[in-house]
Design a protein around this ligand. Sequence first.
Ligand code: DAS
Length: 444
Amino acid sequence: MFKQGEKVDIVTASQQFKGVFIKEEKDFLIIKLSNGYNIGIAKRNIKEQKSLGMTKEEGKEEKELKDKEAKEKPNSKLPTIAILHTGGTIASKVDYSTGAVIAQFTEEEIIKLFPELKQTANITSRLIRNMQSEMIRLAHYNIMAKAVEEEAKKGVDGVILTHGTDTLHYTAAALSFALESIGIPVILVGSQRSSDRGSTDASQNLLAAAEFIANSEFSGVAICMHEKTADENCLILPACKTRKMHTSRRDAFRPINALPIARVNVEKKKIDFIASDKHEKDKKEKEKKKLTLKLFNEKLKIGLVKPHIHMFASEILAYKDFDGLIIELLGIGHVPSMKVDEFTEENEHIIKAIAELAKKMPVAVAPQTIYGRINMNVYTPGKQLLEAGVIGNYTDMTPETAFIKLAWLLSNYEKEGKEKIKELFEKNLRGEISERSEKESFLN
Ligand code: DAS
């Protein structure tokens, strides 16, 4: 049998697999493919298997040189950037000697993984969580916000938060709300390809974020990911108006109802601001904004429901014991709400269920179309929703940002009553609601 870390070539009746042997299980061989993913191959299906030799250990002298570089003293001429890790594929690599995906989080490891960072800034780096971002809960936003506050108090010039891509846009919105009056840049960075693969987007995303922090006057929370699938530019994207729009493309993150804040070309060290609102840092000491943490109530239960054809009122009533609900409205602002023939009686129960919940909790809305603004004054179904007491008319938030904003409002303003929650939900606080719809911001 193979040794752990041995390169193998395995042929089954239908496929050929080349990778690194990780371990043998009762009926399977587990190998790691070059794309970083592990697969199990059923022994009964294996027709041929052969060794292609052991993976190369990093040369001793090469390792010593890299360690020495990583430990060099901070350069007083460069800004200091704190990198906080929460997990995801960006700060990990495959250790091909064992095949395991190993987390790389210390300064030394990060500098070895991305040595060019040292030309741009002094780097500190620490792990605050090591989790896939789809597992995140409200409590983790409080942990992240407190960690950012800790770095801000140390006087760093900016923070990079490495994060899984699946819910990166939720976290960006959450930190944008929680870190009130943050006077430094906090840039969330993920990657769609693990950092050890040739096609990784990790280093360019990280280097672009560092370049933007070091050489712009931006302050506030934002996202930095690839502009296109090609390794050319990265975009700095608005924290509350960005969404992951593709399962795997490197340019999956797109601004929604907004323009990108800036474009960064790492190679040319070029930063071009695009959107007009640049969130300039406070230059004069006296104006220095005081960071205030407004955290999340970790016990809140907020629902997110997507109305559809042939819906049932029970899908709304399922949230009757929740604290708040976001409804992703169809079109410009509708749900199945009207009995129009013998097949549509259930629709009347749906709008009644919404009105029932809206008496007990804030029921807010966002568009299923993702792009565009809600307007419930145009057609009857929209008017029925307004009569039922839902909030969020004329907003153009993504469903994810609306979810985060409602959770944050109920965490911090619940005692001020329903009217205050409605007023703040429909008011632009962190750039989450566009003052006017920019036509060029559709599918850009
Ligand atoms: N599972 C994905 C996540 O943690 C991995 C990644 O995209 O970083 O969001």
